[in-house]
Design a protein around this ligand. Structure first.
Ligand code: IPD
Ligand code: CA
Length: 270
């Protein structure tokens, strides 16, 4: 891998993202059996295992070996600055609760951002043997095959994925929103990994996704995979995805879901 300071080549960043997501996924998969809670973070239900930390450590080491001047933001290790203009955004295990319970829906997500835009991404779902990858403007692939999200369905026939935060007050508000959404859609899925939900839009495993209270590492890599597959990925008030709101769906369905969610308002910060 290059350590140059030329304008970074998104294809090179994608290849590095895939490389490190593959290695970290292998490490995490080997460590899943018998894993226990090491610590809690924002609330008692927001857990971390030793494998979250080990996988992130491995990713940071590999990225900085290849590109020592890059910045990194990781869920477990926080931010580290750099000088190259590239910032990596890393979720070493997205779906830690699934991981802890021996469930398959968890992912390693690695994104490269240049000038504030995610330009390359890899999402590894080791238990399904799936590697998603994307380059801004260059399309998304699953195991090398180009992804195109299926056409939108009407809201009342949409399978809608969502997730819940770790604070009780936020969850209570999310439950109130769900009361309005559930009767108006085909059904709801709560898989427990934003990365699995967002990449699932690209493959047609669900039709739409929304969640409030996410962090950049939850949506950076899988959001690029989804958008490069033709999914609109946005946030509150027509803006980009944010901690306030992430909505994702094919454009016509996106608009219908946005109209439904907008009057229901932002939830309580925890
Ligand atoms: C969580 C998952 C979950 C979502 C939560 C996230 P983590 O990430 O993506 O699906 O509902 O909001 O925090 O904690 O497992 O990395
Ligand atoms: Ca996460």
């Amino acid at each position: 891998m290059s350590t140059s300071h030329h304008p970074p080549d998104p294809e090179e960043l994608r290849a590095l993202a895939v490389h490190v997501a593959a290695e970290a996924g292998e490490l995490a998969a080997e460590g899943q059996r018998g894993v226990t809670v090491l610590d809690t973070k924002s609330s008692p239900t927001d857990v971390v295992t030793k494998m979250d930390r080990a996988a992130e450590e491995l990713i940071r080491t590999r990225l900085l070996q290849a590109r020592p001047d890059d910045a990194i933001l990781g869920e477990e290790g926080g931010g580290e600055s750099g000088t190259s203009g590239v910032r990596w955004i890393v979720d070493p295990i997205d779906g830690t609760v699934n991981y802890l319970y021996g469930s398959p829906d968890w992912a390693v997500a690695v994104a490269a951002e240049v000038d504030g835009r995610v330009v390359a991404a890899a999402v590894n779902v080791p238990s399904r043997g799936e590697m998603f990858e994307a380059v801004l403007g260059g399309g998304a692939r699953l195991d090398g095959v180009v992804l195109r999200a299926p056409d939108a369905v009407p809201l009342d026939r949409a399978l809608v994925a969502t997730g819940f935060g770790y604070f009780p007050e936020r969850r209570a508000q999310q439950a109130r929103v769900l009361l309005e959404v559930l009767p108006r859609v085909r059904d709801i899925r709560r898989r427990g990994s934003a990365a699995v939900d967002l990449t699932g839009l690209a493959t047609g495993r669900c039709d739409a996704y929304y969640e409030r209270g996410l962090h950049p590492w939850d949506w950076a890599a899988p959001g690029l995979v989804a958008s490069e597959a033709g999914v609109r990925v946005g946030g509150a008030g027509g803006g980009p995805p944010s901690g306030d709101l992430v909505i994702a769906a094919r454009p016509e369905l996106y608009e219908a879901l946005d109209r439904l969610l907008a009057p229901l308002g932002a939830d309580t910060d925890g």
